[in-house]
Design a protein around this ligand. Structure first.
Ligand SMILES: [Zn+2]
Length: 216
C-alpha cells in the first residue's frame, strides 16, 4: 500500500502519526511524508525525525507558513499527488486549533479533488482513502485505532528530535501529552499504545473522474 502523511510543520508527523508511520514503513508498505512549511532549524530536526521513523521518501517545502501560501502550496501538492500516486493520505483535522493545520486540511482536500480530474491532468490520480489525525486536538469518535505498541519508542524518539519545539508548551508538555494520549487510545483499542484516525468520505460521482465506480 502507498501511504502519504502530509502535515503543516516539522514535528506534526511525529506527534500525530509517528507510531503509525514507523509501523507501516517497517511492514513493507511504501510510506512517504510531506511537510508543507519549515525553517532552517526545524528542517534539520525533520530530517532526523523521519530517519528515526524509517522513512526514505520525504519532502519538505521552504514556505514560512501554510496559510499565506495556500495557492502555491496547492499547486505543488497536486503535482506531488500526481507524481507519487498515494492510495491513502493522512493529514490534519478539519477543525484543528491551529490555523496552518486547518489550512493544510483544506489544501489536501482540494488537492485530492483536482488531482483526480481528467480535464486537468493527462494522468489523473484518484486517492482511495483520506484520514485525519490527532495532533493536540482529540477526535471525539475515531473510526480507526492503529496499534502502535511496538513502535511507541520510535515515536517518542522522533518527537525528541525536535529540540527547538519540545519545551514550547511548557516543560515536558509534548512528551507527556502524546504518551498519555496514545495510552488512552491504546486502552480504547485493548492494546498498550494506539493512534486514532477519522476517515473523511471522498465522493466518487464526479463527471471529471476517470473511474466513477467502485466496490463496497
Ligand atoms: Zn503544526
Amino acid at each position: 500500500m502507498k501511504l502519504s502523511f502530509i502535515f503543516a510543520h516539522p514535528d506534526d508527523e511525529s506527534l500525530s502519526a509517528g507510531g503509525t508511520i514507523a509501523k507501516y514503513a517497517s511492514s513493507g508498505h511504501q510510506v512517504s511524508t510531506l511537510c508543507l512549511s519549515s525553517d532552517k532549524v526545524r528542517k534539520n530536526e525533520y530530517f532526523n525525525a523521519v530517519k528515526v521513523l524509517g522513512i526514505q521518501n520525504f519532502e519538505i517545502y521552504d514556505f514560512d507558513d501554510v496559510l499565506t501560501h495556500e495557492n502555491e502550496i496547492k499547486e505543488k501538492l497536486i503535482q506531488y499527488i500526481l507524481r507519487t500516486k498515494p492510495e491513502v493520505i493522512i493529514t490534519h483535522l478539519e477543525d484543528d486549533y491551529h490555523i496552518d493545520h486547518r489550512s493544510t486540511y483544506k489544501i489536501v482536500r482540494e488537492g485530492v479533488e483536482w488531482a483526480a480530474h481528467e480535464t486537468q491532468n493527462e494522468n489523473p490520480h484518484l486517492v482511495s482513502k483520506l484520514y485525519t489525525s490527532e495532533t493536540t486536538v482529540l477526535i471525539p469518535n475515531p473510526h480507526t485505532l492503529v496499534d502502535i505498541s511496538k513502535y511507541y519508542s520510535k515515536k517518542e524518539e522522533a518527537i525528541k528530535c525536535y529540540k527547538s519545539q519540545l519545551y514550547k508548551g511548557g516543560e515536558d508538555f509534548y512528551i507527556r501529552f502524546h504518551k498519555y494520549r496514545t495510552l488512552m487510545r491504546g486502552t480504547q483499542a485493548s492494546t498498550q499504545y494506539a493512534e486514532a484516525y477519522l476517515q473523511i468520505p471522498l465522493k466518487r460521482n464526479s463527471p471529471f473522474y476517470k473511474q466513477k465506480h467502485s466496490e463496497l
